[in-house]
Design a protein around this ligand. Structure first.
Ligand code: TMP
Length: 207
């Protein structure tokens, strides 16, 4: 399935700086005259926000199947209520995480069979894939350190280092399979340097 032009995602491990960079790109494209919608998964809608709390509250011990279904429930609402309508109006949609996160976290790290994810994709997002994905790549320990400094502590930050290493490797495998769509960005640098790379790639992708 080809990516949908105007649909961009940011991916990466905890603490890689996705949210900051997604915001900077949305401001940059907005200043260039595009209508831009910046959104997030899990979340992006009222229902999605409630599902996000269920997913991230550290006290919620959750079966992996419950977990993946909640991510897809959030996504189903998100694409129908927000993403499809925006794309139909030629708005550029930038999402902080999308399906690649499910492949990396629930697939490669949690160990669910990737065929489950592909089946859910066919039901929930049959024709929707980003045309450009920025994978902010960073050493796992550094990412977790950054999040601790920001006092961010959710259910995933409590996972082991091995879990987060599998997430990182999962993302890198996705990028190796789809190098045209998924651009690896070295996120160990300062935000300004990272941002320059992202803007250059976004410009090229639009030509
Ligand atoms: P974040 O938006 O603050 O990064 O938090 C979202 C968390 O949810 C993060 O730890 C990654 C995780 N996640 C999944 O496990 N699967 C998914 O499909 C998505 C979108 C996020």
């Amino acid at each position: 399935m080809p990516g949908v032009k105007g649909f961009i995602s940011f991916e990466g491990i905890e603490g890689a700086g996705k949210s900051t960079q997604a915001k900077l790109l949305s401001e940059y494209l907005g200043a260039k005259g595009h209508n831009v919608l910046l959104t997030v998964e899990p979340g992006g809608t009222g229902i999605g926000q409630k599902i996000r709390s269920l997913l991230l509250e550290p006290q919620n011990h959750m079966d992996p199947v419950t977990e993946i279904l909640l991510y897809y429930a959030s996504r189903a609402q998100h694409v129908r209520e927000v993403i499809y309508p925006a794309l139909l109006k030629n708005t550029v949609v930038i999402t902080d995480r999308f399906t690649d996160s499910t492949i990396a976290y629930q697939g490669y790290a949690r160990g669910l069979d990737l065929s489950i994810i592909h089946s859910l994709d066919e039901i929930v997002v049959p024709d929707l894939k980003p045309f450009l994905t920025f994978l902010l790549d960073l050493d796992v320990e550094e990412g977790l350190r950054r999040n601790r400094r920001a006092q961010k502590e959710d259910r995933f930050e409590l996972e082991t280092l091995e879990f987060h290493s599998r997430v990182r490797e999962g993302f890198l495998r996705i990028a190796a399979e789809e190098p045209e769509r998924v651009r690896i960005i070295d996120a160990s640098r300062g935000p300004e340097e990272v941002c320059k790379d992202i803007m250059r790639i976004a410009e090229e992708a639009w030509r």
